[in-house]
Design a protein around this ligand. Structure first.
Ligand code: AMP
Length: 281
């Protein structure tokens, strides 16, 4: 495996891979790998000849006061994982390469970016789209892999790829969870023991919602109340939002008919965690 820092070098390597007729799978990440990241890498290995993984903690998607400065980082550990998973190239650009002096261009996917997480993080998806488009332009992959853990992000990236006629297939993979159900996240490492227990209530709330729906409940308000009760049992938790929405538009559903995305964000202590489940009846 080769570690590449410069985008010019990454671009020329990718050009020569494509010229040889080989397909490229790309997994963009912010590092501190866990099984969620590895599942995307494994999918890329299945579908593509060459797998490229990027590690870049993108300042443009963090607001002032968020955890950009303390975001977990473990480049050597990540590189070891990447070697084990037979990643071909690890791309680790720095900010002067991604946002060189004079940088002025940002990409925004309207409407979808201002719902759910966009309410409390208004510029977050603008930052995500900007960096993802830039990375896609450098690498020009056949496939790019994203996790359903960030369901809104995956939807927005798909929208961007379609709207801007990007020549890439966006592949979305299921959420990987710890044995007890907590969705894996690099931010879980911030949780102390009590917070770790409190964090489990996100999944428990979603599981409770699924069982209410299976028993015939379809009113979003009632289901959201059930999830809230479960999460609010823990004083460490502060709910940012719990929403039941149409999965393609993210618009709120009063009643669940066929498909629904139940998505939530909760501060567990100072750590903001997200989770979701997709309901298909
Ligand atoms: P991050 O490094 O957190 O930006 O995540 C990089 C990619 O991994 C994103 O596409 C995430 O949606 C995905 N990802 C993060 N956590 C999980 C998980 N628990 N299961 C599946 N994919 C995940």
């Amino acid at each position: 495996m080769e570690i590449i820092k410069k985008s010019t070098r990454m671009k020329s390597i990718c050009r020569s891979i494509s010229k040889k007729g080989k397909t490229i799978g790309f997994v963009p990440t912010m590092g501190a790998f866990h099984e969620g990241h590895l599942s995307l890498i494994r999918k890329s290995k299945q579908l593509s000849d060459i797998t490229i993984v990027s590690i870049y903690v993108n300042p443009a998607q963090f607001a002032k006061g968020e955890d950009f400065d303390k975001y977990p980082s473990n480049i050597t550990g990540d590189a070891d994982y990447a070697v084990k998973e037979r990643v071909d190239y690890l791309f680790t650009p720095n900010s002067s390469d991604i946002y060189p002096s004079g940088y002025k261009t940002y990409v925004n996917v309207e409407e979808l970016s201002s719902l759910l997480c966009g309410v409390s993080r208004p510029d977050h998806f603008r930052g995500v789209c900007t960096v993802v488009l830039k990375l896609l332009n450098i690498i020009n992959p056949n496939f790019a892999f994203f996790g359903m853990k960030d369901a809104q992000q995956a939807l927005i990236i798909k929208r961007m790829a379609c709207d801007l006629a990007l020549d890439v297939e966006i592949v979305v993979e299921p959420i990987v969870r710890e044995e007890d159900g907590l969705a894996m996240s690099s931010r879980n490492s911030f949780l102390n023991k009590i917070e770790r227990t409190a964090a489990l209530s996100l999944f428990q709330g979603l599981t409770e919602a699924r069982s209410m729906i299976e028993k015939g409940e379809n009113r979003s308000e009632v289901i959201i109340r059930g999830i809230t009760k479960c999460i609010d049992k823990h004083p460490q938790n502060k709910i940012d939002y719990i929403c039941i929405v149409e999965p393609e538009t993210l618009l709120p559903l009063e009643k669940i008919k066929n498909k629904a995305l139940i998505a939530l964000a909760v501060f567990v202590g100072k750590t903001r965690l997200i989770d979701n489940i997709l309901i298909e009846r």
